[in-house]
Design a protein around this ligand. Structure first.
Ligand SMILES: *Cc1c(COP(=O)(O)O)cnc(C)c1O
Length: 354
């Protein structure tokens, strides 16, 4: 007879854990709120961060809305698609992926289209290596009265993120970048204004996995006593573990580690004779450093050669249209160290000299 016991599996310790209670879940939400220095409601969303991002857009945008969608990387295009699908009129502010959007550009777009009532922005762009000045942009958005959604998946724990101080109404984070945590769980901080907007939107999802209002009405307004369904226990526990690690190291120290890794990666890339993709160092994200592939070479082939030499190097080629021309050193989470950056650059150097 086969042995039904999972004890011999290397991950058997993940099984048979005591159930995660509503009180545990609420405590982890408070821990996320502390990480974001926010007094807003935090909802943990049980899926990769694209779940709350889509939920925010489908809850807050509707036919009759006009959205300013700032596109500084690939996620902006995804948001534009959801906004249009929700029936909103969309004003795309397209910014070259090698730079940042300025608060002036946002302010001008808001002046030209006073009907804008929703703004979507990505903070740091892990895919293209740029980051946007959210504090200043937040001021411009606040003046317009529009609701402000921020994708902070790649900035949380890597650089300052202050949704309350910056007037962010919907601040989405995920565990898998600088937090060094799980990809299967995410969270959103929701302002009172954002809740009101969703409550007033007849088209907002309800009784749906995409419904933030379900969580507002049944979880938050119910005093966080009863979860809507069984929690994704392993992901939530992993989120708690990474929040604990950040608290122990200190958020400032975690951010400094990312900043230093980014500086080392940019300097190392220049030493290799590579051109940084993000022109100004001030616009470079602390989670990933991108470079242009040297003339006549293909990023995918270079990265494949580098990874053949060192499979553990935190290197990637660009995605989509940038697949040939962009190289990327990822330095987030555990890889936000000088050692990991040096390892990635040395694998890249070996491939370049081949
Ligand atoms: C990583 C990331 C996400 C999450 O998306 P994945 O496709 O799972 O990587 C969302 N937004 C931004 C800005 C990210 O960097």
């Amino acid at each position: 007879m086969s042995d039904p016991s999972p004890a011999s599996h290397p991950h058997a310790g993940l099984l048979g854990l005591p159930p995660l209670t509503a009180a545990d879940f609420a405590a982890i939400e408070r821990r996320v709120a502390a990480l974001l220095s926010t007094g807003q409601d935090v909802v943990i969303t049980q899926g990769e961060a694209l779940l709350p991002l889509e939920a925010c857009i489908r809850g807050a945008a509707r036919p009759g809305s006009t959205a300013l969608n700032v596109v500084t990387g690939p996620y902006g295009n995804t948001f534009g698609g959801w906004l249009r699908d929700a029936g909103a009129k969309v004003v795309d502010l397209l910014v070259p992926f090698d730079s940042a959007v300025s608060a002036d550009q946002v302010a001008r777009a808001l002046e030209e289209h006073p009907e804008i009532d929703f703004v979507s922005l990505v903070h740091a762009e892990a895919a293209t290596g740029n980051t946007n000045p959210v504090a200043e942009i937040g001021e411009a958005v606040r003046g317009s009265g529009a609701l402000f959604m921020l994708d902070a998946v790649a900035s949380v724990a890597a650089e300052p993120l202050l949704p309350d101080a910056w007037g962010v109404d919907l601040c989405v984070i995920g565990g898998q970048k600088a937090m060094g945590g799980p990809a299967g769980v995410s969270a959103v901080a929701v302002s009172e204004r954002a809740w009101q907007r969703m409550a007033d939107n007849a088209a907002a999802p309800r009784h749906s996995y995409l419904s933030l209002l379900d969580w507002k009405e049944r979880w938050i307004d119910g005093g966080r006593k009863a979860l809507l369904h069984a929690p994704a226990q392993l992901e939530i526990l992993a989120l708690d573990a990474c929040l604990d690690a950040i608290e122990r190291e200190g958020l400032d120290a975690v951010m400094a580690r990312h900043r230093d890794a980014a500086a080392a990666a940019r300097e190392g890339a220049l030493d290799l004779g590579l051109t940084p993709f993000v022109t100004e160092a001030a616009h470079a994200a602390p989670v990933a450093t991108t470079m242009r592939t040297p003339q006549g070479m293909h990023a995918g082939e270079l990265v494949a050669a580098a990874l053949a030499a060192d499979p553990g190097a935190a290197l990637a080629a660009g995605g989509g249209a940038l697949a040939a021309e962009m190289l990327r050193v990822n330095h987030y989470g555990m890889d936000a160290t000088d050692a990991a950056v040096a390892r990635a650059l040395s694998a890249l150097s070996a491939a370049l000299h081949r």
